[in-house]
Design a protein around this ligand. Structure first.
Ligand SMILES: *[C@@H]1O[C@H](CO)[C@@H](O)[C@H](O)[C@H]1NC(C)=O
Ligand SMILES: *[C@@H]1O[C@H](CO)[C@@H](O)[C@H](O)[C@H]1NC(C)=O
Ligand SMILES: *[C@@H]1O[C@H](CO)[C@@H](O)[C@H](O)[C@H]1NC(C)=O
Ligand SMILES: *[C@@H]1O[C@H](CO)[C@@H](O)[C@H](O)[C@H]1NC(C)=O
Length: 416
């Protein structure tokens, strides 16, 4: 997949990566909507890939099926015959190849489908220009020095790995790719390869912070870890920093090709107590250097809301680093780009995550961070539960750490 991030655009084609967890039905829908002509399948996923092609053949005329190519990077025999293998294709290719440069910098480079189980899948189209700018901005925002060693804990299908297939190459880095990971695999890889940078959702940080002592290793040097995708809890940030990781916190979405804003660290914050530093780091943030504009507006009036930490508004962006649009979906494109701004649907105090109980607003994020600060708690998720009297009440799902013990009543009284 790393090589294809270069090879596909250089062949004048568009790269559309799939989540390795998708099932055959979902993949066939995406193959059909994207009109893919070539379908690369890693040999361990060949059963799903073949099943997807069968679904597609049932739904469409057979002549429009994409060509199947298999990739077996560890030499594993797929057990299937009749498929062209990627390595053979590369071996037999002429060594002289004329790159098919984009005719226009706004030509598409990638297509990334966002979830389509309940609605039509939406294919986010990125231009060469957008990907180029966002790659440079990500490298800068994340302090990616030259000759880094990057550990791939963020999947490359996830928003093109936050642009880092291109970003690591740009800085002459080394890629450490993992098929599956655990905290132990992360620590072992860091120690073995001298990893300097990695990324991960807050759940990955949580995994690191809660690794049993036997799985941990002393870091060979500071490891910069970029997190995003959900607000990280201050407690988890604090815990990973105590282990020697340097966390930076980004915010973005597929429609901004990943990173869009970053919690820029202020030198004067260095003097603050660790808890306060972690709390500051859990917030956002300025737009990165390639993002033209970010604003928080009341989108019915398009007026900016006051910076008072109280008034709720929607986060909106405009930039060359915003998607070109949703593939074959003018309606959804127009709606999300109304007024020339990309509407994220995220409310700046995360009010979307607000539970309204008896007319009072309760922040699910705030509740989660209180529950999180209980020493026995590994993970917590708070959602709204319908209630006849209150309208809604908060309902928490809590997972305890291995070997830890706390009853429901204890956690509730701790929160009180
Ligand atoms: C597209 O990227 C998003 C993250 O931005 C990821 O969750 C999703 O799985 C990707 N889509 C596919 C079809 O892999
Ligand atoms: C947005 O502005 C409209 C019109 O002034 C107002 O009625 C509405 O309450 C505002 N919305 C928010 C979330 O403040
Ligand atoms: C609760 O939040 C909503 C926005 O979701 C806002 O319109 C309302 O004024 C808030 N209510 C209170 C009591 O703060
Ligand atoms: C956890 O606490 C419950 C209730 O106090 C008790 O019955 C149980 O044995 C405890 N389990 C462990 C592993 O300590």
């Amino acid at each position: 997949m790393y090589e294809l991030h270069f090879a596909v655009p250089m062949a004048g084609a568009v790269l559309c990566t799939f989540n390795t967890r998708h099932d055959a039905a979902m993949i066939s829908v995406l193959l059909s909507h994207s009109g893919a002509k070539v379908f690369f399948v890693e040999s361990r996923l060949l059963d799903v890939g073949r099943a997807a092609l069968r679904c597609l053949a049932d739904a469409t005329s057979a002549h429009s099926l994409p060509v199947l190519l298999t990739i077996s990077d560890d030499g594993a025999d797929s057990g299937y015959s009749g498929c062209v293998d990627y390595e053979d294709l590369v071996k037999d290719a002429p060594s002289q190849f004329d790159i098919r440069w984009p005719v226009d910098e706004l030509d598409p480079i990638t297509l990334n489908y966002t979830s389509g189980t309940t609605s039509q899948p939406k294919g986010v189209v990125f231009s060469h220009r957008g990907a180029y700018l966002n790659t440079i901005a990500t490298v800068l925002a994340y302090d990616i020095t030259t000759m880094l060693t990057y550990l791939w804990t963020v999947p490359m299908f996830h928003c093109n790995g936050w642009n880092l297939p291109w970003g690591v190459a740009m800085q002459g880095g080394t890629n450490i790719c993992l098929r599956h990971f655990t905290a132990k695999v992360i620590f072992d890889s860091i120690a073995r390869y001298g990893v300097t940078h990695m990324g991960g959702a807050p759940s990955v940080l949580n995994m690191i912070a809660n690794a049993p002592a036997a799985d941990r290793k002393v870091l060979p040097g500071p490891v910069r870890v970029m997190t995003g995708g959900a607000p990280p809890s201050p407690r988890v940030l604090l815990a990973v920093e105590e282990l020697g990781f340097v966390a930076s916190h980004m915010y973005g979405l597929t429609e901004t090709l990943g990173p869009a804003t970053v919690c820029t660290w202020m030198p004067e914050w260095d003097e603050l107590p660790p808890e306060e530093r972690a709390w500051l780091k859990s917030r956002q943030g300025f737009h990165h250097i390639a993002m033209q504009d970010v604003a928080v507006k009341n989108t019915s009036t398009m007026e900016s809301v006051p910076y008072d930490g109280q008034t709720v508004g929607e986060v909106i962006f405009r930039s060359n680093t915003v998607m070109s649009g949703y593939y074959k979906d003018i309606g959804a494109t127009k709606e999300s780009m109304a007024g020339g701004w990309l509407h994220t649907g995220d409310l700046a105090d995360r009010a979307k995550d607000i539970i309204i109980s008896g007319g009072e607003n309760i922040s699910s994020i705030e509740l989660e961070s209180v529950i999180f600060s209980h020493p026995a708690v590994l993970e917590a998720a708070v959602v709204a539960r319908p209630d006849e009297y209150w309208g809604e009440t908060p309902c928490a799902f809590v997972k305890l750490k291995d070997g830890a013990n706390a009853t429901e009543a204890e956690i509730i009284s701790f929160c009180r």
